[in-house]
Design a protein around this ligand. Structure first.
Ligand code: NAG
Ligand code: NAG
Ligand code: NAG
Ligand code: NAG
Ligand code: NAG
Ligand code: NAG
Ligand code: NAG
Ligand code: NAG
Ligand code: NAG
Ligand code: NAG
Ligand code: NAG
Ligand code: NAG
Length: 491
């Protein structure tokens, strides 16, 4: 079995906290009676079909509406609702269109409930709304076009619903928008280029939808953009060069799309603040440009896996914060002895936890410097290359390793006698090499081992008698010259 590990890249957005200035309340001679908000809330309540915690039982005529659960009123304008916060209450039902009558509403938080049906377009009448979160419900239909009437909106969170249709181009008029979250819906169509109008935008996350077309060039105008997330859509085309100019960008995630082209060889002063760069599972070609390690020195995650990158891998020694480097499943390397110089450039990076270079064309001897990798390293994924020679015994220094895989190479010689020092190892795969000698009894010390794959080598001698330790669930020793009996455990 070949184990080529790659994780689905998780978007890990930082949380952003902003002090929002208290809105200047301007007095307005209102012709509407002070019953408007009350009747709008009662209409909202009428749309709710389930309220298992009974939070809406306080919404009754014996209590002033400003004391109703989840309701906050304006100080200056009696009986005018500014905040409606009913999150995480297992509420079920539809959102009443009368919510559009809460003309002083600034915060609408209905996230993490089970609201269904559509987002009422009357939401567009809430022109004072700053904060809208309807995330994690079961809302269907389209994002209403006239949400663009909410000219004060700063935060929009619509993630994890069942919204369909396109991202309305009208969002381009919400000039103050800073955060736009719409991941995990069924949105289709292309990303509207009017997004380039949102000059305050800091985060756009529309991962896990069905968006198609290319990344609009206008994204490069967003000089405050710090996070861009389009993981797992159907985007194609090339990345507009303007995006590599954004020095504000910290998170760049376009993994699992069909984007092609190569990365620019130089980028001037851009991407100096990049911390997270994932373009996994696309169709990028060309080489890994030197600006990645030289200029994007704040990177902690670099995922280029499952593309068609080729050529030599640059040196990474400037990436002092690097934790995860995944370049597996590409066409990197030449099969020759110069291929692995970059590995030694990783030895001073104390944060390195995951390194995967599997499924490439790397050749030559595994350098002994890998024993100088950070003691913190947990995963070393090296399978499916053209490595020759012995497994350096220095690898036994990496005592925090949990996964070590080197299958499908041309490694020879014996398993380092001290490999059993890796007592946190859960997966060890050395299958399909030319390894020989006896299986060191030190492997019995690996009490957490779940998978041990040694098939298709030339091991001889006895199978260590205590390998059948209780955590082991997958053991394959076939196609060797071993003797002994653990037939009952073979998979
Ligand atoms: C408005 O509300 C206040 C306090 O709740 C009440 O005393 C007053 O009669 C109301 N005015 C109108 C016009 O309904
Ligand atoms: C909300 O406002 C609309 C339009 O002004 C009106 O027709 C409707 O009756 C109002 N809803 C409530 C519950 O007062
Ligand atoms: C109205 O709500 C208050 C506060 O939760 C509660 O004490 C009271 O019993 C409720 N009245 C009715 C008639 O439901
Ligand atoms: C979502 O709501 C449920 C039900 O109240 C609660 O148990 C859960 O902790 C909430 N999740 C989050 C992330 O707030
Ligand atoms: C708006 O909501 C976000 C979370 O969605 C929160 O971080 C922010 O502080 C809120 N702003 C206001 C003004 O309530
Ligand atoms: C989303 O809501 C479901 C229940 O509807 C809850 O189990 C889950 O924890 C919520 N997730 C988040 C991230 O809030
Ligand atoms: C949004 O659409 C609804 C229904 O069509 C309408 O009542 C409302 O006035 C519209 N709001 C804006 C700002 O256009
Ligand atoms: C972009 O912004 C300008 C000025 O704020 C506005 O006039 C225009 O309609 C916006 N374009 C789009 C597509 O939203
Ligand atoms: C990058 O930014 C520089 C300086 O602001 C500008 O001159 C250049 O045209 C930009 N390049 C692209 C591709 O947008
Ligand atoms: C890296 O940044 C420097 C400025 O700090 C710039 O001169 C150089 O062109 C950049 N290198 C690449 C490869 O883009
Ligand atoms: C690692 O650090 C040492 C001491 O600072 C230095 O001599 C060596 O050149 C560095 N190695 C790499 C690969 O950066
Ligand atoms: C092994 O794993 C445990 C628990 O995950 C951790 O506490 C420990 O530091 C790890 N390293 C070694 C060398 O035991």
């Amino acid at each position: 079995m070949q184990i080529l590990r790659f994780s689905s890249a998780n978007l890990q957005f930082h949380s952003f906290i902003f002090a929002i200035a208290i809105a200047s309340c301007f007095v307005r001679v209102s012709s509407s009676s002070n019953e408007t908000d009350k009747s709008a809330l009662l209409a909202f309540k009428a749309g709710i079909t389930e309220d298992p915690f009974g939070v809406l039982s306080s919404w009754n005529n014996t209590v002033n509406l400003c004391q109703w659960y989840g309701v906050t009123c304006s100080r200056r304008h009696p009986n005018k609702v500014t905040v409606l916060a009913l999150y995480s209450q297992k509420l079920s039902g539809s959102i009443s269109p009368h919510i559009g009558n809460l003309s002083f509403l600034r915060v609408l938080w209905l996230y993490n409930n089970s609201f269904y049906h559509e987002i009422p377009p009357q939401i567009g009448r809430l022109y004072r709304l700053r904060n809208l979160s309807l995330a994690n419900n079961s809302l269907t239909g389209e994002i209403p076009k006239n949400i663009s009437g909410c000219l004060d909106l700063l935060h929009v969170r619509l993630s994890r619903n069942k919204l369909s249709g396109e991202v309305p181009p009208e969002i381009g008029s919400m000039a103050k928008l800073r955060f736009l979250y719409g991941s995990a819906n069924n949105l289709r169509g292309s990303i509207p280029s009017s997004i380039g109008n949102l000059s305050s935008l800091e985060v756009v996350s529309l991962s896990k939808n069905y968006l198609s077309g290319s990344l609009p060039r206008a994204l490069g105008q967003l000089t405050k953009l710090s996070a861009l997330g389009f993981l797992q859509n159907r985007l194609s085309g090339t990345v507009p060069p303007s995006l590599f100019n954004l020095s504000s960008l910290e998170i760049f995630e376009v993994g699992f799309n069909q984007i092609h082209g190569s990365l620019p060889t130089t980028i001037g002063l851009g991407l100096l603040n990049l911390q997270y760069f994932s373009i996994a599972s696309n169709q990028f070609v060309g080489s890994i440009p030197p600006w990645i390690p030289n200029n994007a020195t704040k990177l902690w995650l670099l995922q280029l896996l499952s593309n068609k990158f080729s050529g030599k891998v640059p040196s990474f020694e400037s990436l002092h914060n690097l934790q995860r480097l995944r370049i597996q499943l590409n066409h990197l390397g030449s099969g020759g002895s110069g291929d692995l110089k970059f590995l030694c450039s990783l030895t001073n990076i104390t944060s390195l936890a995951i390194l995967s270079v599997a499924g490439n064309r790397f050749g030559g001897l595994l350098p002994r410097c890998i024993g100088n990798f950070s003691i913190a390293i947990e995963q070393l994924i090296l399978g499916g290359n053209l490595f020759i020679g012995e497994i350096p015994r220095e690898i036994s220094n990496l005592v925090n390793l949990e996964i070590l895989t080197m299958e499908y190479n041309s490694l020879s010689g014996a398993i380092p006698i001290d490999l059993g020092n890796l007592q946190n190892l859960t997966i060890l795969s050395l299958s399909c090499n030319n390894l020989s000698g006896v299986i060191p009894s030190s492997l019995q010390k690996m009490k957490r081992l779940i998978t041990l794959q040694l098939l298709k080598n030339q091991f001889h001698g006895h199978i260590p008698s205590h390998l059948d330790n209780c955590s082991l669930m997958e053991l394959d020793l076939s196609d060797n010259n071993l003797s002994g009996d653990i037939a009952s455990m073979s998979t």
